[in-house]
Design a protein around this ligand. Structure first.
Ligand code: FAD
Length: 180
């Protein structure tokens, strides 16, 4: 009988695991649950979209649920959050974030690739308008729209890791004066 494999998270790790699984097993039933609206997007390109080097939003998206189904026969369910796992019964509870409907799906194998979230240091004002983190496409669009709408001239980047450096570089490219 065909194995049923559930993957939680449909971006870097989850999407790669799904395509690798398909190459290893033509018959497996593979389902990806992704709580956001996008799968398999180019995280590394996000700052470059803000800076304008990547011109179009579609260039950030490598695959869609439809293309994943057509090319790899993987069932991708976006806006669907896995909220519980029962390893004894081998089931997950998945909630459709648009309708609020929850369903239980059984599995033979479960792969977790839910990623991480940026740390928001507990500093005063962290929740104010104009303070952003960058992790995914919605974050990127929020930053770009804010700059365009407010005609921003100055930005401060907190965090000098490679994402901070790339953001600083691209904010400069977008015409802002940057401190980090
Ligand atoms: C701006 C930026 C630039 C980067 N540049 C580079 C680079 O140049 N080179 C490099 O090697 N790496 C880069 N990275 C890091 C790389 O993107 C991450 O290491 C990689 O995305 C991690 O993969 P992941 O599958 O663990 O998590 P993610 O790719 O973050 O995917 C996790 C997904 O799981 C979903 N999810 C979480 N919980 C649930 C749930 N309960 N139910 C359903 N779905 C859920 C999330 O919505 C998310 O979409 C960059 C990251 C960023 C943010």
């Amino acid at each position: 009988m065909a194995r049923k494999i559930i993957i939680v998270g449909g971006v870097a790790g989850g999407a790669s695991a799904a395509t690798r699984l398909r190459r290893l097993d033509e018959n497996a039933e593979v389902i990806i649950f992704e709580k956001g609206g996008y799968i398999s997007f180019a995280n590394c390109g996000l700052p470059y979209y803000i800076g304008g080097e990547i011109a179009g939003q579609p260039d950030l998206v490598l695959q869609t649920p439809e293309s994943f189904k057509a090319r790899f026969n993987v069932d991708v369910r976006v806006f669907t959050e896995v909220s519980a796992i029962d390893t004894k019964a081998k089931t997950v509870t998945a909630k459709n974030l648009k309708t609020g409907e929850a369903s239980i799906e059984n599995y033979d194998r479960l792969i977790l690739s839910p990623g991480a979230e940026p740390i928001k240091p507990p500093v005063e004002g962290i929740g104010l308008d104009g303070v952003f983190t960058l992790r995914n496409i919605p974050d990127t669009l929020k930053i770009k729209r804010y700059i365009d709408k407010h005609g921003c001239k100055k930005a401060v980047v907190i965090g000098g890791g490679y994402i901070g450096v790339e953001m600083a570089e691209n904010l400069v490219r977008a015409g802002l004066s940057v401190t980090f």
